[in-house]
Design a protein around this ligand. Structure first.
Ligand code: FAD
Ligand code: NAP
Length: 539
């Protein structure tokens, strides 16, 4: 085996992998990033569908580690579009000379731990091998699309596209009959855009989502300057917030205020347009069914105002789960799109998708002729990308371990997998936060730990089984106190058949979590076992 040797192998060239590379290079380590895509950018490279845009505000959804970078970049919209975020990531790659450290079109299929020599061997689909004492899995939480096994898919004579593998050439929808399957955040962004060009759009909805108007707007030079003048405090507030982005909300129960006060507060935040702010309007929306009901009623009334046909409005309003227990979406004209003559809702609760045929889709009620089918059917989230690789640790594979329960130490390391770090893994705030901030927090914790271990002569780092279980128990206790644990969605792994049910993110808050990481660092990393290289090991 002709293996290439590095100090660190990083898998994934999204926001996380690129920052891990920056940190490794600063420490003078020989690092390489392996990326299966044909360019950098991760999420923002793959998900280039029409309407793709951020749901965290631009100033928050950006790197904070270098003031020069944040001063020189100007955001043009409150919620940046996919092309703008991708352009930003490319700017970062150029500024810090990262491209030479990234190997594109390189799909990691396996990683195995050599306990004798304390080395990981990483194997790729292209039949290459990379060896390093440390591996950082920056493989993303929403990077493995879920493609349902609809019967007859291969028979379809038109074009089939997946939102998460959108063709770089784009897709021409003009005068086409299009089905969009899925009405999560992605479907909600795609449907209004496609409806502008298509002859007809059939929106296949199985579970309606709650969505708020994004109230997106252009950002002026003055808007940018105001934040640039106060970026230090701005970032500080974000780090000390529950969601990794400051929310202008109150620490009050929705049930302690009058109905008028509650309505006014919901309206104020609705008009602002931010899922994070709306979901934290009151401190018990995610813990009290009754409080959550008040928010549901408010948003349901707004949906009724946005949809002309009252029957159709009722079918678009979610029932049976709490607001924000599944992803609370934001949209630009989503509900209004159903007022167009060329848009039809196909309610899959009443009308089953029976078969994809050569000409379109046959439901239990009719045959729909189509030219294009768009899948916006979500992801095997948080754990799915890692469990698809053959990652073999000290006593078995990660897919075996996480097949039972997605246990980890703080979402950063996994017992049984020494020297393997995960960025925003299960059990970290990850997808319940501004991911950019959580990614920075993780990468900094990981690179500081690596530097500290190297300085002290430790070659092997592993969380103890006890420390891992302690974190898992704490994380579960927190989520058990919320309404989220009962939701059926990718947040709990229940969108993928056979996946164990577990709230995949830590819900205690970015602020609490960050304080925990800082404490662990200050205390010399309790919970980790660190050891020096054994005698006789390969140098
Ligand atoms: P990714 O960007 O997913 O990058 C991981 C990379 O690893 C990918 O390029 C992938 O190809 C590569 N990879 C994976 N497995 C392998 C392998 N085996 N071999 C080689 N390479 C591999 N978060 C927010 O906070 N706010 C938002 O508004 C928001 N919007 C989103 C919109 C969409 C459409 C999606 C899908 C996600 C969104 N997210 C959002 C979450 C988003 O994934 C994160 O914010 C962030 O981009 C993740 O960065 P990352 O580097 O951790 O992972
Ligand atoms: P998602 O929220 O999981 O939505 C997938 C949709 O596909 C759901 O409506 C789901 O219905 C449907 N679906 C899946 N399998 C199906 C089947 N077999 N038959 C019929 N319908 C099926 O996935 P997503 O929309 O891609 O979003 C995932 C996450 O990515 C978001 O929650 C968010 O974190 C992120 N994202 C963010 C933005 C943004 O605004 N910035 C945009 C896109 C994505 P069921 O619910 O009934 O399963």
């Amino acid at each position: 085996m002709n293996a290439q040797t590095h100090d660190i192998v990083i898998v994934g060239a999204g926001i996380a992998g690129l920052y891990a590379l920056i940190r490794a290079q600063k420490q003078g380590l020989k690092a390489i990033v392996l990326e299966r895509g044909s360019d950098i950018g991760g999420t923002w490279y793959w998900n280039r569908y029409p309407g793709a845009r951020c749901d965290v505000e631009s100033f928050d959804y950006s790197y904070s580690f270098d003031d020069e970078l944040q001063q020189e970049w100007t955001w043009t919209e409150k919620y940046a579009s996919q092309p703008e975020i991708l352009a930003y990531i490319h700017h970062v790659a150029d500024k810090y000379h990262l491209r030479d450290g990234v190997r594109l079109r390189t799909n990691v299929t396996a990683a195995s731990w050599d306990e004798q020599n304390l080395l990981w061997t990483i194997a790729t689909e292209e039949n290459e091998h990379f060896v390093a004492p440390i591996v950082i899995m920056a493989t993303g939480v929403l990077s493995t699309p879920k493609i349902p096994d609809f019967p007859g898919l291969d028979e379809f004579s038109g074009e089939v596209v997946n939102s998460a593998h959108w063709p770089e050439r784009g897709v021409d929808f003009s005068d086409k009959r299009v089905a969009v399957i899925g009405t999560g955040s992605t479907g909600i962004q795609i449907i209004p855009e496609v409806a502008k060009d298509a002859a007809h759009v059939y929106a296949f909805q199985r579970t309606p989502s709650f969505s708020l108007p994004a109230q997106n707007r252009p950002l002026s030079v003055e808007d940018n300057q105001a934040v640039k003048r106060s970026y230090r405090e701005f970032r500080e507030r974000a780090r000390n917030s529950m969601l990794g982005a400051w929310t202008d909300t109150h620490d009050t129960s929705a049930l302690e205020v009058t109905a008028e006060e509650r309505e006014a507060e919901f309206q104020r935040l609705y008009d602002y347009g931010s899922p994070m702010r709306f979901a934290s309007a009151f401190n018990d929306l995610l813990t009290s069914e009754q409080a959550n009901q008040t928010a549901r009623e408010f948003v349901s009334s707004r949906i009724r105002e946005r949809v002309a046909d009252p029957n159709l409005a009722e079918r678009l309003i979610p029932t049976g789960y709490g607001l924000a227990t599944r992803r609370l979406c934001i949209d630009t004209g989503y509900y209004e799109t159903f007022n167009r003559e060329n848009v039809t809702l196909v309610d899959m609760r009443e009308e089953k998708l029976e078969q994809i045929t050569a000409r379109g889709i046959r439901t239990s009620a009719r045959e729909i002729e189509l030219d294009v089918i768009v899948f916006a059917t979500g992801f095997d989230a948080v754990t799915g990308t890692l469990t698809r690789m053959q990652i073999t640790g000290t006593s078995g594979t990660l897919s075996e371990k996480w097949g039972h329960s997605p246990d980890s130490w703080l979402g950063v390391m996994v017992h049984g997998f020494p020297n393997m770090f995960v960025v925003t893994g299960p059990g970290s705030p990850s997808v319940s936060s501004n991911m950019f901030l959580s990614i920075e927090q993780h990468v900094e914790f990981i690179s500081d730990l690596i530097a500290d271990s190297r300085a002290k002569g430790y070659a092997r780092i592993e969380p103890t089984a006890e420390a891992e279980q302690e974190w898992v128990a704490h994380s579960r206790e927190v989520s058990d106190g919320t309404l989220m644990k009962d939701a059926t969605s990718w947040y709990t792994g229940t969108n993928v058949p056979g996946k164990p049910r577990a709230v995949l993110q830590y819900l205690g808050g970015v602020d609490v979590y960050g304080a925990k990481l800082n404490h662990i660092q200050e205390e010399g990393y309790p919970g980790l076992e660190r050891a020096a290289m054994r005698e006789g090991a390969a140098a």
